[in-house]
Write a protein that binds this ligand. Structure first.
Ligand SMILES: [Zn+2]
Length: 489
């Protein structure tokens, strides 16, 4: 498998050649959503970035096992929030069972991912489905001396870990620096050290989601599920671990520590982090009122949006930025992306019908090399899209007779477009949903048949047509000028 793919590794802080541990296999683990509310646009961008990576690795011929988990235990999400059961909280708010909340928002998440044409992961494990594995991992960490029990809670012992390993190697943070930034020492007296994090939390009486363990009823710490599920499905060490950059600390740093405590080394060879979204230059947040849900973006049903945009336009728009750059949303940028997307897909559409000649004045091989060079440079989709616009220019000029193309070059251009537009970027044409006047024509025909039946006093046929149309929610009204029809909602 000859290729020169380079990817940016957060661990080393630089681009490195991609060399899988056991080629042609590639293990890819991405931290999935916590399913207690609608998937937000930032999730969409993160998972779309890893969809691009997954698609390109497959395109290169790697046999990828893509694991993306569902966090369905509503535990701690930050140190400050410790003990907050977000799923339980939402269940009380919506008066539903916690697992109804999980089901509802998992379905919502899957629908958004499908609309954006993301390939599903090969394994989508849930935290609640891996309670035994998580408890086993805590036992191992305790046995190795990197955790301690405190009043039914188990904490990871950062000081013990620091003596042997490098805590902070992924995020580049050191404990002293963290200490000076810590303001929430109150109420954490069960911990020996401020940076210790929970592996297991004792459930308070009002905590709904709880499991039995050797340390009593409780629930696992958030960081633990990814360590135990990635180990189960991809092994103690696998190729790529990814997530949004907001997960780098404490989530991923804690994963590294947990895995290292168990096996002596971190879980992944390459760590990949995606950047954030902004709206007209400011961070998207609920409190600023500029947080837009994917569905609101598709329908345009949001005060900040002029109108809705097709999921394929949104996908194209997101791919126009490199995954490590921030992506700024605005109405103007989306409208520009829509025009660009239409221009690209119009070129793709006429490619098959291009006339061929005995000679070519287009350099398809050169263009192909540029497309691979872009993707091999840390999955640079914006540069790839620029190259594909060069292909569109080539196609349009040939269609207008200003350039010539041979049958062989045309076939390789078709293959290039199939590979990069369809397979790697995952862009589909937007189906034309208008029926081209077919329904109007059919209704004219049906009402004409009915009028003839009435003229022949064939009331049976006339009534049957009217009644069957009612079943289709089409109401026929007879008037002086003949019959008219309308669709009832
Ligand atoms: Zn995770």
């Amino acid at each position: 498998m000859e290729n020169s793919l380079q990817l940016y590794n957060t661990l080393s802080g630089k681009k490195e050649p991609f060399e899988p541990i056991k080629p042609p296999f590639v293990g890819l683990y991405v931290c999935g959503p916590t399913v207690y509310s609608n998937a937000h646009l930032g999730n969409g961008r993160t998972f779309l970035s890893f969809d691009l990576i997954n698609r390109y690795l497959r395109h290169l011929g790697y046999r990828v096992r893509y694991v993306r988990n569902i966090t369905d235990v509503g535990h701690i999400t930050t140190d400050v929030d410790e003990g907050v059961d977000r799923i339980g909280e939402q269940a009380r708010l919506e008066q539903l069972e916690p697992m109804e909340i999980v089901q509802k928002y998992t379905l919502d998440f899957h629908e958004i991912m499908a609309n954006l044409n993301l390939l599903p992961p090969d394994i989508e494990p849930t935290a609640t489905g891996h309670m035994i594995e998580q408890i086993e991992m805590i036992k191992t960490i305790l046995e190795k001396g990197f955790a301690y029990e405190s009043d039914g809670n188990i904490y990871f012992d950062v000081q013990a870990y620091k003596e042997k390993y490098n805590y902070g190697e992924l995020s580049g943070r050191n404990v002293e620096e963290l200490f000076s930034n810590t303001r929430t020492l109150d109420g954490q007296s069960e911990k020996r050290f401020f940076a210790d994090f929970a592996l297991w939390k004792k459930a308070s009486p009002e905590h709904i989601m709880r499991w039995p363990s050797p340390w009593g009823l409780g629930f696992p710490g958030w960081h633990l599920e990814c360590s135990s599920m990635s180990t189960k499905y991809l092994g103690e060490q696998f190729d790529i671990h990814g997530g949004g950059m907001d997960l780098k600390f404490p989530h991923h740093e804690s994963e590294v520590a947990q895995n290292t405590a168990c096996s002596g080394h971190g879980p992944a060879k390459y760590w990949v982090h995606t950047n954030m979204l902004t709206f007209e230059g400011s961070k998207m947040s609920k409190s600023l009122g500029n947080s837009i849900l994917p569905n609101e973006l598709f329908t345009g049903d949001h005060p900040l949006l002029k109108r809705g945009f097709h999921p394929m336009v949104v996908r194209f728009f997101m791919l126009q930025a490199h995954y490590r750059s921030t992506l700024d949303f605005s109405n103007d940028a989306l409208e520009a992306a829509e025009k660009g997307y239409q221009r690209l897909m119009a070129g793709v559409k006429i490619l098959g019908a291009l006339p061929v000649s005995d000679s070519s004045d287009v350099d398809v091989a050169g263009l192909k090399a540029k497309c691979y060079a872009a993707m091999n440079d840390d999955f640079n989709s914006p540069v790839l899209i620029g190259n594909l616009f060069d292909a569109v220019k080539m196609i349009n000029s040939t269609a207008e007779g200003r350039l010539k193309i041979t049958a062989v070059d045309k076939a390789s251009l078709q293959e290039l477009v199939r590979a990069f537009v369809d397979e790697v970027l995952g862009l589909k044409g937007i189906e034309d949903t208008s029926d081209g006047g077919m329904i109007e024509g059919l209704m004219d025909l049906i009402l004409d048949v009915r009028a003839r039946a009435r003229a022949n006093k064939d009331w049976g046929t006339s009534d049957a047509i009217r009644d069957q149309l009612v079943d289709l929610k089409i109401v026929v009204k007879d008037g002086k000028e003949g019959a008219t029809w309308e669709v009832k909602a």
